[in-house]
Design a protein around this ligand. Structure first.
Ligand code: ATP
Ligand code: MG
Length: 625
């Protein structure tokens, strides 16, 4: 659903422009405070020392990145940047069944697009994987440490079925039971583990477990599984391995190997921290100080949840596979690829993440925050153009009285009122024009300041026109307006005062295009993918809350002819988008970008966001939608 253009919306600041004029002030979040404390204690190094903060972003290559990942990326990379440390991009590729090289490439591309550079990254992008780390590169070391734990009597091979292992785990109120294999000799466990590694054990035939405490109130410490048998090839290590490490065993070790100081993860891993600490302590047990492996500090923060979206990869995959969206990069998806195609800028995404900072409490962030961050950025940088989305023909009946009836006159239009250096452009005006269908009303209420029979409006940068005849088709539908123009109002200025000194006024200013020169375009109007703040909350199925009107395709919209971003604009910063995507403000309509589906003869524009938040009004009961 599109919002009605307001009567004089052209230069009114957008909702998002409030608070513009510099980065919003924010207090230092708890992870920054923690790092400040580490620095004061000299724990890892001092500020500016490359060892002071080492972070990483550790995605599993099993899907596309989404806005929640963007939050984690922002947090890890910006902390490293801020303290003069560095951040790794490391793939947690420990589950060969779900992973794919396609995802590796899309993730690398997305992190780069967001504007972050990992340690060892190739600045030119020619070698996209330069510096990228993979957990699979550490499989050998992890394996050797597992052997050490077996030999220290801290791990054992359990040959029960996974069903029995599960049954023995106990519950939150009851302790677990020891496996009959728990006290087997280390030599025996080692021999069995080597058989697993060689591929002599079928899938599910045995697991390697840490020997911790079957009665621990923390279920994660009840002899967790470290390795499982999986006789499956891996996208990077091929058929080298027949056992694969479990996430809990692997993750902390990967961080240790890379010298990560702050292992930042989301809150649900808080109860896993004692296990990660136990694994590192177990490896270090009996080692002299210089032989000890590095012990990172895990810190948990609240994951980003955005209203009207769902951040589960599983749900996203379902939408893609069932054809409910056009793909992972459907502009309605909050995947990084989808948001990029929608026209969201990396700057806006980073600003939204920074605005929220890092907290310890899970909360639902309003989707409007993302939209406002986009408005804030595009208000400053998007070139302005005029596009009529649902055209209504206007014939200027006195056009021929002041010159050649077929002439077009060039009007000067400002490219970006927020950026003087962006200059102006010439827009043709003539005897046949189009205005927005919604900008005319036959039986208009008094407060309707757009065009009505007998009424006068300003055409932005053009002339003032007065409607004197409404033409309808057989069905009673308005198909054309006959208007006169006032040649004394060129550029949209008020005409000179009359003999009594009265100056005529108009209240409405409309956008328009000239008929013979306008470019036909297809416009894709997106709305939120879900109609509920928390999709699926009411019925348990997110599909029940899909918004049936989340995409409206309008063919036959008309765009002013010289719409391409100019060099003058770019050199001044307007329309200079590092990702090469052309983005615009269509005056009074919203922000739009060119979609990659565009081809010669058919231009496609995606609406990134409207100028104002129509959902906020609806929430206040003002009937904005
Ligand atoms: P899964 O593990 O179920 O496949 P995931 O969303 O955890 O899904 P990962 O690839 O493991 O995906 O995530 C990479 C990193 O992104 C992790 O460090 C994770 O904590 C972080 N992350 C994922 N979702 C969010 C979120 N909504 N907010 C903040 N960080 C997130
Ligand atoms: Mg995960």
């Amino acid at each position: 659903m599109t919002e009605l253009p307001s009567d004089n919306a052209i230069d009114t600041p957008t909702d998002g422009a409030e608070g513009a004029g510099g980065a919003p002030e924010r207090s230092r979040h708890f992870i920054e405070q923690l790092i400040d404390e580490h620095i004061a204690q000299g724990r890892w190094g001092t500020a500016g020392d490359p060892t002071v903060v080492k972070t990483r972003f550790p995605p599993e290559p099993n899907g596309f990145l989404h806005v929640g990942h963007a939050k984690s990326i922002w947090l890890n990379f910006s902390l490293a940047e801020q303290y003069g440390g560095s951040c790794n991009l490391r793939f947690d590729d420990t589950n060969p069944l779900k992973e794919d090289d396609l995802f590796v490439r899309s993730i690398v591309n997305d992190v780069r697009w967001l504007g972050f550079r990992w340690d060892g990254c190739d600045e030119t992008g020619a070698d996209p994987l330069a510096g990228v780390k993979f957990a699979s590169d550490y499989f050998r070391r992890m394996h050797d440490w597992a052997i050490e734990l077996i030999e220290k009597g801290l791990a054992y091979v359990d040959e029960q079925s996974s069903e029995d292992v599960r049954k023995q785990r106990g519950t939150l109120t009851e302790p677990g039971q020891a496996s009959p294999f728990r006290d087997r000799k280390p030599e025996e466990s080692r021999e069995r583990f080597e058989a697993m590694v060689r591929g002599d054990v079928p899938d599910g035939g045995a697991v390697l477990r840490a020997k911790i405490d079957m009665a621990s109130p923390n279920m994660n410490l009840r002899d967790p599984v470290m390795y499982r048998v999986l006789n499956a090839p891996h996208h990077r290590t091929g058929s080298d391995w027949h056992v694969y490490p479990m996430y809990d065993w692997a993750h902390g070790l990967e961080d240790s190997i890379e010298g990560v100081t702050n292992s930042i993860c989301t809150l649900e891993f808080e109860a896993h921290r004692p296990l990660y600490d136990w694994f590192i302590d177990a490896i270090n047990r009996g080692r002299s100080d210089p032989e000890k492996i590095h012990h990172p500090q895990q810190t948990e923060f609240a994951r980003l949840s955005l209203s009207y979206t769902h951040m589960s990869k599983r749900y996203m995959r379902q939408l893609v596979e069932e054809g409910r969206v056009s793909g992972w990069d459907d502009p309605r998806m909050v995947t990084v690829a989808g948001m990029r195609r929608r026209g969201v800028t990396p700057e806006a995404l980073r600003a939204m993440c920074a605005e929220g900072g890092a907290t310890k409490f899970n909360a639902l962030v309003d989707f409007g925050r993302l939209e406002n961050a986009v408005r804030d950025d595009l208000n400053k940088r998007a070139p302005r153009r005029m596009c009529v989305i649902r055209p209504l023909k206007v014939t200027i009946t006195n056009w021929g009285e002041y010159g050649d009836a077929g002439r077009v006159e060039m009007m000067t239009a400002v490219n970006n009122p927020e950026d003087e250096g962006a200059g102006t452009r010439e827009v043709p005006f003539g005897g046949t024009l189009y205005i927005e269908r919604d900008d005319f009303m036959e039986d208009a209420p008094k407060k309707f300041f757009r065009l009505k029979p007998g009424g006068e409006v300003r055409l932005r940068y053009g002339y003032w026109i007065t409607c004197h005849e409404v033409v309808k088709d057989g069905a009673g539908e308005v198909v054309e307006l006959k208007c006169t123009y006032d040649p004394q109002t060129k550029g949209g200025d008020a005409p000179p005062a009359d003999a009594e000194g009265n100056v005529r006024k108009v209240k409405g200013t409309l956008h328009w295009v000239e008929a013979s020169t306008a470019a036909p375009v297809e416009v894709r109007l997106f709305d939120r993918l879900y109609t509920a703040e928390r999709p699926g909350k009411a019925t348990g199925d997110h599909l029940d809350d899909l918004n049936p009107d989340s995409l409206e395709i309008v063919e036959g919209a008309l765009l002013e002819p010289n719409w391409r971003t100019t060099e003058v604009e770019r050199s001044s910063g307007t329309g200079a988008f590092a990702d090469g995507i052309e983005r615009f403000q269509f005056e009074r309509q919203g922000y739009f970008c060119v979609d990659p589906d565009s081809k010669d003869g058919l231009l496609v524009f995606n609406r990134t966001v409207t100028l104002k938040d129509s959902w906020a009004k609806a929430a206040k009961g003002e009937g904005g939608r």
